[in-house]
Design a protein around this ligand. Structure first.
Ligand SMILES: Cc1cc2nc3c(=O)[nH]c(=O)nc-3n(C[C@H](O)[C@H](O)[C@H](O)COP(=O)(O)O)c2cc1C
Length: 332
């Protein structure tokens, strides 16, 4: 039976995409400082891993990261339902199903983007997941795969899923070409088609359609935003994180931390995380001073120097102070 989902209180106009090996808890803590109102996503965690792995390692997070969506991967309704039941008690605000990831490993387990060819199976999955939680179960997908007709095929996919109760979709606005391209190439080579995503949003104003893919500058993002329920940023958020602070301010009228404040807060965070190597924290922060005076120094210190078996936040603190001084002396 289709479950009607009540709308929740989360404002999803800005979100940071799930990115494996990137958007782990340290990264999300950092992004939250810059974008206090964005919806953050975990990396994709397979249902199998949730059922058999160490939950603290896989799903552990800090409430400071909220609102936070957990992205699950899988294609077995039973396993996804069981994983959802476990995850739903852990504090996440949304459970998202990955129907967009093109990697070989993911295809061999028959999940990710290849599932766009089987909307009925995806519907079975989300119905099983919804039965285990009152949290919104949402979908992240492409506009199509391979030679699927991206007009008819995408409409059919979304209509099937909305009939199963899904109201929130994050649309990476390019196809996945599952034959012949690496996952990385699949994020760049199939052409972006925002117009197709827009047509879907116009045709289904009752759904929340979010635009994802190639969004990298504030002006374009603010132009696209009114046509969609929200924008989702991946690589640009990671590589130029101050863009998140700009967007949080433009979209929600609330500024996140400044560059320096964020660096200092992350230094405190690294102090508190002293049991883990500093580099595990700093590797997500290399873009903080991007295109600023001191950017190269910042990157070098937080990559090479941070790798020298360091712990605690002193290196971050000292490097941020030095970068601010470089910027001041240059401006003077
Ligand atoms: C390193 C990396 C890992 C990714 N891992 C995931 C993932 O786990 N789940 C997912 O749905 N998409 C994943 N993606 C795709 C992004 O969520 C996003 O859809 C894609 O990068 C396009 O957005 P962008 O152009 O803003 O980066 C990943 C992308 C990158 C760069």
């Amino acid at each position: 039976m289709t479950k009607i989902q009540l709308s929740d209180a989360i404002d999803r106009r800005l979100s940071v995409a799930p990115m494996m090996d990137w958007t782990n808890r340290h990264c999300r803590f950092f992004h939250r400082l810059l974008a206090p109102d964005a919806l953050l996503f975990t990396e994709m965690i397979t249902a199998e891993a949730v059922l058999h792995g160490d939950l603290e390692t896989l799903l552990g997070h800090d409430p400071a990261e909220y609102p936070l969506a957990l992205q699950l991967g899988g294609s077995s309704p039973d396993r996804l339902a069981n994983a959802t039941r476990i995850a739903a008690t852990l504090g996440f605000q949304e459970i998202n199903l990955n129907v967009g990831c093109p990697s070989d490993r993911v295809q061999s387990g028959r999940f990710g983007a290849c599932l766009m060819a089987d909307p009925n199976l995806v519907a079975d999955c989300v119905i099983a997941m919804q039965a285990e939680t009152d949290l919104p179960v949402t979908i992240k997908c492409r506009i199509g795969i391979d030679d699927m007709d991206e007009e008819v095929g995408l409409d059919m996919f979304v209509d099937t899923l909305s009939a199963a109760g899904v109201q929130i979709f994050y649309l990476h606005a390019r196809k996945a070409w599952l034959r012949g391209l690496s996952p990385k190439e699949n994020r760049d080579i199939p052409p972006l088609n925002y117009a197709r995503a827009r047509r879907l949003a116009v045709r289904r104003p009752d759904l929340m359609i979010h635009l994802n893919g190639g969004l990298a500058d504030a002006a374009t993002i603010m132009t696209e935003l009114p046509d969609f329920a929200g924008v989702m940023l991946g690589r640009a958020a990671y590589k130029t994180p101050m863009l998140l602070a700009d967007l949080n301010d433009s979209i929600f009228g609330r500024a996140g931390k400044t560059r320096f404040e964020a660096a200092m807060a992350m230094a405190d965070y690294a102090d508190a995380m002293e049991e883990i190597p500093l580099h595990a924290v700093t590797r997500h922060m290399l873009g903080l001073y991007a295109s600023q005076r001191g950017a190269r120094y910042w990157r070098r210190m937080l990559s090479e120097e941070a790798r020298q078996d360091r712990r605690g936040g002193t290196l971050i603190r000292e490097t941020a102070v030095a970068c601010e001084e470089m910027a001041r002396s240059w401006a003077a």
